[in-house]
Design a protein around this ligand. Sequence first.
Ligand SMILES: [Ca+2]
Ligand SMILES: [Ca+2]
Ligand SMILES: [Ca+2]
Length: 208
Amino acid sequence: MFKKLIFITLAYLSISTVRAAVLETFEDEVDGATSFTTGATTFNTTGALRVTSFAPVGNNSSTFFLDTGSGQSVTNAGSIDIVGANLSFVLSSIYLWTSNDGGGTDIDANVEITGTLFGGGNVSDTFFIDPTGTSGADWFFLGLAGTVFDGANLTSISFVNQAPANYLAVDDLLLDIQVNAVPVPAAIWLFGTALVGFVGMSRRRKVA
Ligand SMILES: [Ca+2]
Ligand SMILES: [Ca+2]
Ligand SMILES: [Ca+2]
């Protein structure tokens, strides 16, 4: 009985971290939605960011992307938040497009990006975004290797437009979904409680 219990506890701890690299293109999403799914994982958007359907100006001339709204003037673009208490994500790269006339034409601008870390704290940096035109082939690729976001285990990522940008569009997130382990103290507590229960049961059996 004890051997079985120990095996179950160890197996539970060892399978609790899973990673899967995925590319979120938004092509399977709903125009105007403030949430989207990546495989079985749901993300919510906050602030002005929401799913937009506007072919063919998404990255790689795609139809769907996130943006802050055509014709609007937005400083705080908003955030992308993973849904699930034990879930987080590592972002490898992202495509961005910036404008200073509410999305009419492209403009080079700084965007401040802040990530909230799983377990607390955050990482933040400002990146110069340089779209090359208004077609779907002109998005700016932002690789995050070597930046403060490299390997950062995030629950949320937020974007703030720096003047003169007042519009932001987001497409093609390359990310690893992370299923985090149950905190070890909690697992030990559960194991200890179960152990006490089994000891009690076996004692009662011996008495009977
Ligand atoms: Ca897309
Ligand atoms: Ca999706
Ligand atoms: Ca440019």
